[in-house]
Design a protein around this ligand. Sequence first.
Ligand code: KIV
Ligand code: ZN
Length: 387
Amino acid sequence: MTDKNRVLIFDTTLRDGEQSPGATMSHVEKLEIAQLLDEMGVDIIEAGFPIASEGDFAAVSEIAKRTQNSVICGLARAQFPDIDRAWEAIKHAKRPRIHTFIGTSPLHRAIPNLDMDQMAERIEQTVTHARNLCDNVQWSPMDATRTEHDYLCRVVEIAIKAGATTINIPDTVGYTAPRESADLIRMLLERVPGADDIIFATHCHNDLGMATANSLAAVEAGARQIECTINGLGERAGNTALEEVVMAMKVRNDIMPFNTGIDTTKIMNLSRRVAQVSGFVVQPNKAIVGKNAFLHESGIHQDGVLKNVETFEIMRPADIGLNENNIVLGKHSGRAALRSKLTDLGFEVGDNQLKDVFVRFKALADRKKEVYDEDIVALMQDTAANT
Ligand code: KIV
Ligand code: ZN
């Protein structure tokens, strides 16, 4: 990578995202989402966990064969059969990647009952095996943020020596905080021999609502790959939301001078499709893609936005591919917004008529949560009939 400020976007909607209970997608839906991700400019698509099921294997293989630009990644535990199965699924991709992982924290080391040396040996063997199959290998120490620093440095060094080209640092349980997330990447870059030759990735979960902040802090410290999902889909409280990190680096490029290859105008469509196929509705006040993210209801805000949109908007709806009106009428709306809406709907009103319509509009808005265009048309027809 020649541009030192280029941040790779690794989307795991189809793997970690699909692990949310109830978010299962069909084969056809997965192919569609992968195509949309590729068209949006995602650098790496983690298409699934091929050994997990026949369905996962089939989806990953088909995505690998069809995808034009993105690297296609298959996940594998630190076991030879997993790695072989992942390779089998992705080997026809134009740009394949094997992603292998093992839990390195004390809690996770206890599960396969490996001591530190035995685990180090397993890492060496499995990364070497993956690298013999594929020249693009990502390795993750699962639960890295709760792994002893000395041991983390030791195993990262082993993985690099065995041929890993990307080292991903997962905050598997969403436990870290921004300063700590940055310090961890900085420490690895300083202490691990060979760290300058590979890419560090950050993979955050949102259990404490800090996934976006933690990912951006890691990038500021030197990570150059963010792992994320559309709408922040993922187990428990989800993963880092792609739309949040990408738009944060775009809108605040003055203080975070990093760039991605994402065509942000495709974000809204992808968000809607992922919500539809996963069945996970996006909360209305979700940053960037929530239904209310660009809506203004209160009179003061509407008046400001009508005069200069930058008063209450830090990005344009069109930046994410949203071409809808950002003014919603409700009981907090003022006369300026009502007049603007009437003009949009083709009604020219004088000041006196506006006063009258405004009184009737407020009465209606008190009864209804939101006043739609049809309500305003009906109100105008009613006013005309009674004058
Ligand atoms: O959260 C996590 O640790 C993971 C790994 C498999 C990378 O998703
Ligand atoms: Zn994860």
